[in-house]
Each structure stands twice: as structure tokens, then as C-alpha cells.
Design a protein around this ligand. Sequence first.
Ligand SMILES: C[S@@+](CC[C@H](N)C(=O)[O-])C[C@H]1O[C@@H](n2cnc3c(N)ncnc32)[C@H](O)[C@@H]1O
Length: 157
Amino acid sequence: MTLNECMEQLALQPLFGVTGSDISQPAIEKARQGQFNARKLLGMDEDMKSRYFRPAERNTVEIVSSIRDRVCFTRLNVLDLDKAPMHGMNIIFCQNLLIYFRRWRRREIVKRLAERLAPGGLLVLGQGELTDWQPPGLQRVPSEHVLAWIKRQSDEE
Ligand SMILES: C[S@@+](CC[C@H](N)C(=O)[O-])C[C@H]1O[C@@H](n2cnc3c(N)ncnc32)[C@H](O)[C@@H]1O
């Protein structure tokens, strides 16, 4: 939705794809349905709600097909990232996952994620999920509101 909004504002065609991953097959099946409890949308701008969601069964809403069709899902253990066929990603969101791992393991995972970014790509983690460490080859986005880095171009220091 956020990408779609940005591309519309820039008058660009929304030519993007999203891959969602999780180790849990039930979590993937649920995500594929694209249905959410209506309470999850509390606080969302009404205009966004009406453009991106349709009422579904009982208290649920469903994401519109123009967004759903851009998303695919795959089972992935984040500890096996070196075997994953994912390269040159423009944005990686990894939130509420690193909390399960010890500090040294978190750093290893972040290094593997960074390898999968395209130069200039963005890595976004959950707030507080990585502390006191600067991942090599990445430049911190200067904001207190987001924990994110941009991958340096290969000719940058
Ligand atoms: C707290 S949920 C967060 C889900 C989602 N990222 C979010 O922010 O709403 C954590 C998810 O991490 C998944 N998970 C746990 N260990 C994992 C691993 N080794 N590789 C990939 N996913 C894992 C769980 O199955 C669960 O769906």
C-alpha cells in the first residue's frame, strides 16, 4: 500500500512485486488470504481504508486484488538465507523476528539480509531489534522514528 501510494504520487506505474516470507506454513496460508480483522485497521486514514480494503465475512476486511496480485509468499527459514534465491531487493522489511534470536545471531541475519539488497536498497528492522552495532556496508537512515539503513553503492566507502 505504501509503495503504491508513493508511486501514484510520483505518477509512476505501480510496477512492483512483494515477496512475503515466514518459516510457518500456516502463517503463509493465512497471509495469502489477505484478510484482516477490521480492528487492525483502527487508526488508519478513512481514504486509505476505502481505497485498499473491501468488507469480507463477519468482522473482516479483504485487501483489494490490485495489491494482492502483486504479493507472493514463500516459506523461508531466516537462518537459511544463504540458500534463498533472493537478490537485488530494493527494500527488505524484517520486523518482530530478530527478537527471537541472540545478539550474535541477529548480527549474522542482518549481514545476510544486507547481502540481498541492491546497492541503494533499504533495510528496515523493528525498533530496538538491533542495538549498538553498525552493519558493514550500510548507512543508517538518520531518523529516531525508524531503524533503517541504506546499502552503500559499491564505489562509496
Ligand atoms: C511476532 S511474528 C511477526 C510477524 C510479522 N513480521 C509482523 O511483524 O507482523 C514472528 C514471526 O516470525 C516467524 N519466524 C520465527 N522463526 C523464524 C525463522 N527462523 N525464519 C523465518 N520466520 C520465523 C514466526 O513464524 C512468526 O510468524
